[in-house]
Design a protein around this ligand. Structure first.
Ligand SMILES: [Zn+2]
Ligand SMILES: [Zn+2]
Length: 252
């Protein structure tokens, strides 16, 4: 199984439009971060996690030819802003794309992208077949388990796909969800910034503690802001924990 980080940035991306929050650019390509999203390839399937505002660009940059399944973590625009651009996959694949997400995200998508659903659906708009069950299921050669976690007061889903646990936009993981990720080989986890206390995201030191608690031997952090300089922050991390960067691939 191959994981490709399509984007590793926080909601505004890095650098930020208008210059807010930016520091002197480091010149390190790893400090340019598109919105957080991932692509998983196995022998039998091509699975996308989230479709943010840069999805079309991410797809072209990575060469995504099929989207057999879409796992959406939650309804914030940095994770669903690119849904429209899945249309072209409908045209190629001749069927609706199956989607799993949270109940509140399904409701939000159906309201915001109203023209994709119902009897008055705009011809040619994207076809999504959305379910919200938390029950584990098989899709081809992938065992997929939704992982409920908290993002402030909003419940979002991480996902376990075989031996990969992928959790973004979270600041609380319940004991039940820690049970669900037991035995994974790789953990992807959001880690917004080094500085303490954020109401909806783990900070980097908090995320390190979560990795230790999980017992998962290898971890990658995503959803980082513009103040996280890859080279400098990487030196502060244990050797089994890395800051992910855009287009990085991991074999699991
Ligand atoms: Zn986000
Ligand atoms: Zn979010």
């Amino acid at each position: 199984m191959k994981l490709t980080f399509l984007g590793t940035g926080t909601s505004m991306g890095v650098p930020v439009a208008g210059g807010f929050g930016s520091e002197i650019p480091t010149g390190d390509v790893r400090d340019v971060r598109w919105r957080t999203s991932a692509w998983i390839q196995t022998n039998e399937s091509s699975i996308l996690i989230d479709a943010g505002p840069e999805f079309r660009l991410q797809s072209l940059r990575s060469g995504i030819k099929r989207v057999d399944y879409l796992l959406i973590t939650h309804e914030h625009t940095d994770h669903v802003g690119g849904l429209d651009d899945l249309r072209s996959y409908n045209y190629v694949q001749n069927q609706a794309i199956p989607v799993v997400t949270t109940p509140t995200c399904k409701e939000s998508i159906e309201r915001r992208f109203y023209y994709m659903f119902g009897p008055n659906k705009t011809p040619g708009s994207v076809d999504l077949d959305i379910t919200t069950s938390v029950n584990p299921f098989w899709f081809k050669d992938c065992r997929i388990t939704p992982l409920p976690v908290m993002h402030g007061t909003l419940e979002v889903y991480g996902y376990r796909i075989n031996d990969l646990a992928y959790i973004t936009d979270s600041n609380y993981i319940s004991e039940e969800t820690f049970e669900l990720i037991k035995g994974c080989k790789v953990l992807v986890l959001n880690a917004l910034r080094w500085e303490p206390e954020h109401p909806t995201h783990f900070t980097i030191p908090e995320a390190v503690e979560m990795v230790k608690k999980s017992g998962i031997p290898e971890a990658y952090f995503v959803h980082m802001n513009s103040y996280v300089h890859h080279a400098e922050i990487s030196k502060r991390l244990p050797p089994n924990i890395k800051l992910a960067f855009d287009m990085q691939t991991v074999h699991i």
